[in-house]
Design a protein around this ligand. Structure first.
Ligand SMILES: Cc1cc2nc3c(=O)[nH]c(=O)nc-3n(C[C@H](O)[C@H](O)[C@H](O)COP(=O)(O)O)c2cc1C
Length: 349
């Protein structure tokens, strides 16, 4: 199936502009998921053994998830859930709708199996995402909602902007991913540092603990951090009780050919794998089992997923791998994990 995808479907899709293909896939998925027979057929061909895991107090049917940015408006979650994922991270959603950066803003680095994007949180806003999820729920997978900052909101006002978006999305997510690591929103990554992260997280955690159901949070970190910022983020995570997602895309171009060096944006896929794994490993060492960890960056098959668990991840996400290897990647990874005797890390429960 993967061979067929690479030889036929990918070849066809890669003839077109990447963003056009992405939008068309989402539109097609949205239409297809209205037909129950299609959902059942997708579920049937993607079925895999359950590999249950409990992380941050949540039970997942398996530890493989869709990374944020694929379904930015939370529109295609029903059909995506049929691909075998244990969880979907939807968004990134911002409080108000925004168009994102000027096009072109999405590039395939085919030789490297990488992607550069500078989308800039293009999305229809939190109310629209909530309306969409209202129609789609309940779903057989865990849902994470990724929240980001509007581009026209200053860093100083970021806490209120995130909090308002969280309030709208709160009923719909099983967990919330706080995205402070996109390289495509000016100064967003400065939220990693010092007291800024505490001032951002505390109001959201307070809000959650005041609700009937308190839900877990994960902060998504950049792979390009100074070690002192990473130490600060891990210490805060252990103190306040949130998890970390390591990592978002990189601004480094050291793993790709010089002709890509002038392309601004975040690099993902194969060229991100080593850097992202190094940050995951360091985060796991610093967290010493106290902080739930999600690994993201460069997962293209079973072995690259398994290596993230070995480095300390409790859950693993894919994005670029789906574009290059096709939608059956999830099933292949799950089958590989089942064969290799993967077991959840006890500390994550
Ligand atoms: C086109 C594109 C858009 C993305 N948008 C988001 C986003 O909105 N929010 C986010 O947290 N991460 C976003 N990401 C980052 C991915 O979620 C993921 O962390 C990163 O691509 C590394 O994983 P990968 O190598 O499997 O792609 C995006 C990635 C790509 C390729």
């Amino acid at each position: 199936m993967g061979y067929l995808y690479r030889k036929l479907i990918r070849r066809l899709l890669f003839r077109f502009n990447p963003e056009f293909v992405h939008d068309t896939v989402i539109k097609g998925a949205k239409a297809a998921q209205r037909v129950e027979f299609i959902n059942s057929a997708v579920r049937f061909v993607s079925r895999a053994k359950d590999l249950p895991v409990t992380v941050a107090g949540l039970k997942f049917r398996n530890p493989i998830g869709l990374a944020a940015g694929f379904d930015k408006n939370c529109e295609a979650a029903r059909i995506l859930s049929g691909l075998g994922f244990g969880f979907l991270e939807l968004g990134t959603v911002t409080l108000r709708p925004q168009p994102g950066n000027p096009k072109p803003r999405l590039f395939r680095l085919h030789d490297h199996k990488g992607i550069i994007n500078r989308m800039g949180f293009n999305n229809a806003g939190a109310f629209d995402a909530a309306r969409s999820l209202e129609r789609l729920l309940p779903l057989p997978v865990r849902l994470g909602v990724s929240i980001g900052k509007n581009a026209d909101c200053s860093i100083e006002n970021a806490p209120a902007n995130y909090l308002e978006a969280l309030k709208i999305m709160y009923p719909y997510g099983d967990y919330f991913a706080v995205n402070i690591s996109s390289p495509n929103t000016l100064r967003l990554r400065s939220l990693h540092g010092g007291d800024k992260l505490r001032r951002l997280l505390e109001p959201m955690l307070d809000f959650a603990s005041g609700q009937k159901k308190s839900k877990p949070f994960f902060v998504k970190i950049a792979p390009d951090l100074e070690d002192s910022d990473l130490q600060g983020a891990v210490a805060l995570a252990a103190e306040l009780g949130f998890g970390l997602i390591a990592t978002n895309t990189t601004v480094s171009r050291s793993a790709v050919h010089a002709r890509w060096h002038a392309y601004e944006g975040g690099l993902s896929g194969r060229p991100l794998r080593e850097l992202s794994n190094a940050v995951l490993k360091r985060t796991a060492e610093l967290g010493a089992g106290r902080v739930p960890l999600v690994g993201s960056g460069g997962v293209f098959d079973g072995p690259t997923a398994l290596e993230k668990f070995k480095l300390g991840a409790d859950l693993v996400q894919v994005y670029s791998g789906l574009i290059y290897e096709g939608p059956f990647l999830v099933k292949y990874i799950l089958d590989y994990l089942a064969r290799s005797g993967w077991k959840p890390r006890a500390a994550a429960r």
